[in-house]
Design a protein around this ligand. Sequence first.
Ligand SMILES: [Zn+2]
Length: 328
Amino acid sequence: MCPGCLKEGYETYCNPCLKKLFNGKKVSHVLTFTQPEFNEQRLNQSEHLSISGIQIKHSLKLEKKKLILTETGGAYILKPTPLASFLNLDYTPANEHLTMQLAGQIFYIHTPPNAFIRFRDNLPAYIVRRFDVLPDGNKLLQEDFAQVAGKSEENSGKNYKYDFSYEEIAGLMKKHISAYHIEIEKFFRLVIFNYLVCNGDAHLKNFSVFRNNEYGDYTLTPAYDLLNTSLHIPNEGDTALELFKGEFATESYKHGRKYAQDDFYEFGIKIGINKARIDKIYGGFLNKENIIRSLINRSFLSGELKEKYFDSVLSRMKRLEYSYEGKL
Ligand SMILES: [Zn+2]
């Protein structure tokens, strides 16, 4: 299995993956350092510890054919197993990798090149190419939607990342993005995808834009931090944010208390996508069980977690297929 695209018949990264990830250099899928060595080096660079909560991540750069830890000029982010007390955490790298591959390969969601990788002591990690770093080393200006919305813990309290709706994110996009009609379809697709794969942590900071300095305009960045959180936090809510702002709810939701087809259609209309485009985008999420199953089976999850992953997607697929209005 290629640890990048999960194609069968490979023992390491296939050529297309080497090209996308490492500009064609023959980089090994085993790092030259162990996880303890990684942690130690990271602690030595303690002023950079605040990147994000419980998740340890670190920048890597490519030197010849070796990936090495770096404080500056890193073109990759390495994410090992996080330190926390949720379930099955050893499999978060495999989960994130699989989920990103599902998004990119099956649902045409723009994702940065990413792969599964191992430390020298065999422990798993997820590696992703930084999309804010250009090939010449220059950085693009990136802002997440908490920044765009002007929300922080100081001004909006501890729950600030969750105290918002996807409809309101669309509202901010409309205000700041001149190619809104294109970008909003990408956003719509991503919101449906997160629901399908049980990503219950797609909060305000997990969506970002590039800021184009010259024109003061924005475009959406590729998707990131996608994973099936139900494998780690079984009782988490279905979505990190509500679809709709305020008290609005569809008849379907009032009857079932779960988002289903009518909710996503209504959401699509509210954010300005026409019915024909909604049909097309939404249709792309249905009847994909077989190819989803096949990619899950080739992933680095354990046998048990492959079943859990697939079962959770199937139950969401059923909800996406269900229309209360259509049954009246
Ligand atoms: Zn590959």
